[in-house]
Design a protein around this ligand. Structure first.
Ligand code: N01
Length: 533
């Protein structure tokens, strides 16, 4: 077959990771291109256009730091970026740094095979292009493969079906319609209050309630924006040196039991009033000690009980199955208040699971529920879904997917042994999803770029991760996770949400600051754990 294009670097995905990676590659004179299946940049913020979609990290943090000019010229309008604003920002970055000329839109990468003879990857697209590249970078995102549960009868449904993670560009009009929504994770929690405002009736099918904290959205006052801009370096440093990559959430210093009940509740109340995830940063042991965690969990449950008028309904909305914070916390605007509306009904499908979808609704062994439109807010095949969707073969014809059958194994979340010159940005066993994503993306891209530059400047043919160091990293990742309460939850962090996926806690929860120090030390230690040929 004829090769259509020769590149130094092929990057998959034009989200924030892919764009920054392309920027770095171009800056250093690499012949690099992105292949992106959508028709625009933005990744998550391109696909998740559902009503109410916005970031749960404040805009002044959730933004690129690599260009001082960019961070000074861009004026965030909202405290938490809305999806349209974030997409506009992504487009601005793309234009400002002339990235578009190196992006192939509407093109999906379907296969990649490493050729040991020339130490290059041969990559195939869905429109039969063949591209040869030396470095192959997966910037495919962690939450980018929507999960639509395979419910019996789905094909029989006559109304419109939507998925929050692949929302149409033209906003559907729910005016006067009865809508059914399945799922009460972040996407459901954000969209339910908005859909409820226009729909004639909204039926929420809840299997497991989630903890959600008030976001307390507001416009971003100019003074606040200016204050940040005046001292941006300071805030970026604070973020880098924190656990989750957010400047204002510095490590707490006392245990939940260092204070009495009254004092503890005062601290929780202050954090609740502030909004966002502040509560989880109140005490040192909230994610390591179940009793400490329960004090915060019960505080939040009591808020739900106070908000929802119907007492039985309030109990149904109170999470009891996992410690607070061990599943990704939702941030909401009037989520629990929405259940006081006459046009909203919560259907408890944990008791009566969905049997099948019928042409005008769905049925359980208990009842039939009729609606015009169905929204799946059922999440993603997280962290490995998008990587496994590409058939990636090493020189011995072994697929990455088969290597990961019992869960992903990576070195630092950036490389996999036996797959030379293949990199992933914020892959499994890195802090990516447990951090301010753009900060982690920048750190990962910088690190990967150092590895690539070192390979090139020394005329090495390839770079790969050593198996021993990779295995040690995976063990370390699991040890860190097992010293916390995270594994107690059934969550997408460990693949529980996907039928048949091996249970494996994927993110590194040792903190972004520790992780960056480890990566920096590896560079200083002569690229420890990597081998070059
Ligand atoms: O997905 P989820 P998401 N039958 O997996 C239910 C990020 N994000 O799209 O818990 C019935 O959290 C499932 O029920 P259960 C953020 O990191 C960020 O909401 O498995 N129900 C659950 O209620 C987030 O964590 C932002 O029992 C089924 C829901 O669907 C991540 O994306 C906004 C079912 C899925 O919840 C994913 O969030 C949005 C079935 N067969 C998302 N299958 C912000 O920045 C699944 N469910 C604010």
């Amino acid at each position: 077959m004829k090769v259509n294009k020769f590149l130094d670097t092929l990057i998959v995905g034009a989200g924030f990771a892919g764009m920054y990676s392309l920027y770095k590659q171009k800056l250093d004179g690499f012949n690099a291109e992105i292949f992106e299946q959508g028709d625009g940049v933005g990744g998550t913020w391109y696909w998740n256009r559902y009503p109410g979609a916005r970031c749960d990290i404040e805009s002044m943090d959730y933004s690129y730091s690599f260009s001082k000019e960019l961070q000074q010229e861009w004026n965030w309008k909202d405290k938490y970026g809305t999806q349209p604003e974030l997409l506009e920002y992504a487009n601005h970055v793309c234009n400002k740094f002339n990235l578009k000329e190196n992006i192939n839109f509407n093109t999906k990468i379907i296969k990649a095979k490493f050729n040991k003879n020339n130490n290059k990857w041969l990559v195939e697209t869905n429109d039969n292009q063949l591209i040869e590249c030396k470095y192959f970078i997966l910037a495919t995102g962690n939450l980018s493969t929507p999960n639509t549960p395979n419910i019996n009868g789905i094909k029989n449904f006559k109304g419109n079906i939507y998925h929050t993670g692949a929302w149409p560009k033209k906003m559907p009009n729910f005016n006067g319609r009865t809508v059914g929504i399945i799922g009460t994770g972040s996407s459901g929690v954000q969209s339910i209050p908005i859909i409820a405002k226009t729909a004639k009736k909204l039926l929420v099918f809840q299997r497991t309630p989630n903890f959600s904290l008030p976001a307390r959205h507001s416009k971003l006052p100019k003074e606040k924006r200016d204050e940040y801009k005046r001292d941006y370096d300071k805030y970026r440093k604070l973020a880098q040196n924190s656990s989750f990559g957010i400047a204002k959430y510095q490590p707490p210093t006392q245990s939940a039991f260092d204070v009495n009940d009254e004092e503890r509740n005062k601290i929780y109340q202050k954090a609740w009033d502030e909004g966002g995830q502040a509560i989880m940063f109140s005490f040192t042991d909230l994610l390591t000690d179940q009793k400490a965690n329960e004090t915060a969990a019960e505080f939040v449950r009591n808020k739900i009980r106070k908000t929802v008028n119907d007492k039985k309904l309030a109990e149904l909305l109170c999470p009891q199955d996992h410690p607070i914070g061990t599943k990704r916390l939702c941030l909401d605007s009037n989520y629990f208040e929405t259940y006081n509306r006459d046009n909203v009904t919560l259907v408890n499908i944990s008791k009566h699971p969905i049997d099948e979808i019928i042409e005008n609704g769905l049925s359980s062994n208990h009842s039939e529920y009729l609606f015009d439109d169905l929204v799946f807010a059922t999440g993603f095949d997280a962290m490995t879904g998008a990587v496994n969707a590409i058939e990636i073969l090493n020189d011995e014809n072994v697929t990455l997917k088969s290597k990961w059958n019992n869960g992903p194994k990576t070195y630092l979340g950036v490389m996999v042994s036996d797959f030379p010159n293949l990199f992933m940005i914020t892959g499994p066993q890195s802090p990516g999803v447990k951090s301010q994503m753009i900060l982690s993306i920048e750190q990962h891209v910088d690190f990967i770029h150092s590895l690539i530059k070192h390979t090139k400047h020394n005329n090495y043919k390839d770079i790969s991760a050593k198996t021993k160091e990779q295995d040690e990293w995976v063990i370390h990742n699991n040890e860190v996770a097992n010293s916390t309460l995270y594994p107690l939850a059934h969550s997408w962090y460990n693949g529980d949400n996907i039928k048949g996926k091996t249970r494996n806690f994927m993110p590194y929860v040792g903190g972004v600051s520790n992780y960056k120090n480890i990566c920096d030390q590896i560079l200083k230690d002569n690229y420890k754990g990597f081998e070059f040929s």
